[in-house]
Every structure is written in C-alpha cells, then in structure tokens.
Ligand binder design. Structure first.
Ligand code: VGL
Ligand code: ZN
Length: 210
C-alpha cells in the first residue's frame, strides 16, 4: 500500500519519558518505539506529536483518590476511569519528549489531559467523548483525509485516538509494530476488537516503506 503524503498526517502519540522504562507509568519496551517513530516520520511530510499533559492532582491519578491504588478502576461522571500513578505532570521532566525522539519537521503538538477533572486518552476528544482538542478541525482545515497513528500506549492513547479518528471520518491506520501496550484489565484485547469494529486498518512498517 502507498501512503499518499499530501492528504495524510502521521500522529506520533505520547512518546514521553514517563511512558518509557524507568518512567512513572512505564510501558514495557516503550523505548523500542522511539527509533521506529523516527524512521516512520521520515516517510511523512506531515507529522503531529501528542503529549499527555496533566496538572498536578489530576483526576486520573490514584494519589487524588484516598484509599485507591494505581490500576484500580473507579466510576466518574464521564464513565470508568483507570487510576494511574502520577505521570506527565505539566512542565516536569517526565512529560518531556522521549530522549532520542528526532522529528524536527513535526508541525503541531497536541497537549491533552490538561483539564483537572477529565482524562483524555484520545488526542481528538476528552474522555466524555465530547470536549474536543481541536484536532479534527485542524486536520479538516489542512485537507487531510487519512491519519496514520503510532506510539504509546496502543490500548489507551493510540487506540482511543484511532477510534475517534475513524468516527470523524478519517481513513485511519495504526502501525502496531511501532506501538507498545499497557494491557491492564483486558485493555489490549478490547482495544484491538474496538479498532477492528470501527474499521481502523493495520499498517506494517514495510507498508510504510521502512
Ligand atoms: C496513557 C494512561 C494514562 C497513554 C496516558 O498515553 O496511553 N495511558 N495516560
Ligand atoms: Zn495520562
């Protein structure tokens, strides 16, 4: 398959220190994604980066809920919320891009999860599926019809972003080889099922020309 560049945006999701081994919310083998993301980015002229970007005391942090531990699940007004270790706090080193991430031609950085009382795995809509980050409007204004996603984590921020991209009418591909997963409470299995049902298509590194 050929990716026609001028109508396609590559979205590299949450390649940040806290999601790498040794980070606050380490994704196993997450550092392996960084060189793959660099390689992928060279095949696309239009690249967008995302950053998980929470205020201290964010509602998704277990530390904000007395008696709860990371990876517990609670119910909030907008639905089920997995509680996480404190991670990607605005302006901290853990929120910085991964060392070695080399995408100087990235055109936009979307920061998400910056509202204290709502999480945002997706880089399109917050966890209520309603409050927008503005990304759909940006992509439409730029004339992009197709998005290719890779990064961390496949079962949360990549997967939820892919579902929203498909729902908003973009032809949506995920490069699973350039993703790693958290896999808690069956999240990876569910993300794969949801993506398949939504028509999200797989793209191999070979398909992408690397
Ligand atoms: C993410 C959990 C919490 C992700 C972000 O980037 O997949 N996961 N915040
Ligand atoms: Zn987060």
């Amino acid at each position: 398959m050929m990716i026609h560049d001028s109508d396609t945006a590559l979205i590299l999701v949450d390649l940040q220190r806290d999601f790498l081994p040794g980070g606050a919310l380490a994704v196993a083998d997450g550092d392996a994604v960084v060189p793959l993301a660099n390689g992928l980015s060279r095949r696309f002229s239009n690249v967008i980066l995302t950053q998980d970007w929470h205020p201290a005391g964010h509602i998704s942090f277990a530390s904000s809920h007395a008696g709860h531990m990371p990876f517990n699940v609670i119910t909030l007004p907008y639905g089920q919320q997995v509680l996480w270790p404190d991670h990607c706090v605005q302006g901290t080193e853990g929120a910085d891009f991964a060392p070695g991430l080399d995408v100087p031609h990235a055109q936009l950085v979307i920061r998400k999860g910056h509202h204290a009382h709502i999480d945002s795995y997706s880089t399109f809509y917050e966890a209520d599926h309603h409050v927008t980050t503005g990304l759909t409007g940006y992509l439409r204004a730029r004339g992009f019809r197709r998005v290719v996603l890779a990064g961390l984590a496949l079962d949360f921020c990549v997967g939820w972003s892919a579902l929203d991209a498909a729902r908003d009418g973009f032809e949506t591909f995920v490069v699973e080889e350039a993703c790693r997963a958290i896999d808690t409470h069956g999240s990876l299995h569910r993300a794969r099922e949801d993506m398949a049902r939504a028509g999200v298509r797989p793209l191999t590194l070979t398909d992408a020309g690397i």
